[in-house]
Write a protein that binds this ligand. Sequence first.
Ligand SMILES: [Zn+2]
Ligand SMILES: [Zn+2]
Length: 186
Amino acid sequence: MSIHLPVFKYHRDPVHSGSVLKSNNRCRCCGISRGYVYAGPVYAVEELDESICPWCIAEGSAHTKFDATFIDDAALPEGLPDAVIEEVAWRTPGYSAWQSERWFSCCNDAMTFLEPAGIAEVREHYRELEFNILGNIIYDLQISGGAAKRVLESLDKNSGPTAYVFQCSHCGVYQTFVDGIFDVSV
Ligand SMILES: [Zn+2]
Ligand SMILES: [Zn+2]
């Protein structure tokens, strides 16, 4: 019997992305061990790492009970309707970046987070984005020339640096950024 996880408009598949893990931990919000817990960042007074189930995120009860958000306020895109911002911050699983996560908007809506990707995932699933990601490295991180190419080739979803992939649910456009812990001598 398979368990159907809640559907999140702004996070396509939190199990695939690694933000939700299989776990027998009991959820601190509903008190039930439901087989999955959220493993991404939690911004709350209480320590809630790997102790909230995805259903309590989707229903908003984890936000209400612990005043928790799952995405850093500073990462939220500006200029969106409050209802969208609340859904992203309060009722959507976030994801872990190396330094600071970001979230993007398009078509007057928040974009949907797809996954953290290494160069293998980029070349397998998002080949057309390789040039954009090289642009992220050159323009956002200000790494140029051969060093930029080496960072591109070293992208890894687990050990970093990592490319984070978003897609607009309206027009289908992708957005990416790269984050990692960089040696200044790169
Ligand atoms: Zn729960
Ligand atoms: Zn769009």
